[in-house]
Ligand binder design. Sequence first.
Ligand code: HEC
Ligand SMILES: [Cu+2]
Length: 298
Amino acid sequence: MTLFIFLAVSAVVWIGVVVVLAVGMLRTKRAADRPLDLHQGFEDRAGRVVLWLGTATALIVLGLSFVSYAGQRTVFAKDEKALTLKVIGHQWWWEVRYEADSPHQSFVTANEIRIPTGRPVKVELESADVIHSFWVPSLTGKMDLVTGQKNELQFTAKNSGVYRGQCAEFCGLQHAHMAFAVIALPPDEFERWREHENQSANSPSDPLGKQGEALFRARGCALCHNISGTLAGGQLGPDLTHIASRTTIAAGTLPNTSATLGAWISDPQHIKPGNLMPRMPLQSGELIAIIHYLEQLK
Ligand code: HEC
Ligand SMILES: [Cu+2]
């Protein structure tokens, strides 16, 4: 609409200019006998024409500015149907917060963004440390994540599937290992996932799992990781409440299997040198118990 108004006004102005130009070129006038004489009548008329056209120009520019402003307002208008979520960049992983109107409908996950197909998604972007950039080439353009500033991005996934995303602003040592996945699901499947994700973590059902849960606290993991419904409430690292239902770990670096989980926990600095999870000294029995516990967190 905005484009159409701009096009129409510009076309009218352009045609006007061309017509006046053509008339001026075609009208042949006898050369005056004394070209330097003043023609007072003509001068007055010319002055009036210039005044009117100047005023008209100013009005058109003002009018178009207003139209442009109104157009922008509709482009960025709050879409009531949109799913809003918040993505916070960390060195070197993505915190993903689903914030519903009531707090007990809200949950946090990491490195994996699930969205319904056919519905606009509004992503609010922030950073916890340095500048990152959110980029999912098949869905939308890049947008920076900046500390203390809220940027916003809106897009809609037409087809279900997995869309790969990547940090697109150099953010330090492990910038290249700061990927994520956007998984677009049919709306009913998305709602089911969301219901599930909203629940607290499963309690371990067997002795090994229970031992793992205790070790998760005793070995300091709980200082950095949150697992809803347990005493683990750390906020420095990714939320692990439903870690077993994610497809990758360490920001898209490895597929999520018991082997890679074990490799990561026993030596995260080998897999992502410089990342902010320290190597925790664990006995192999302890490692097995912790893996067994985490794998129950579906
Ligand atoms: C000092 C804070 C800290 C401690 C302590 C810590 N972690 Fe982490 N953990 C992190 C950070 C930060 C990341 C994200 C690293 C990255 O991807 O760059 C992470 C990532 C993970 C991941 C991958 C999560 C994902 O979705 O990618 C798992 C699993 C994990 N930690 C388990 C543990 C376990 C088990 C322990 C205890 C043995 C532990 N962590 C101790 C900070 C910590
Ligand atoms: Cu980054």
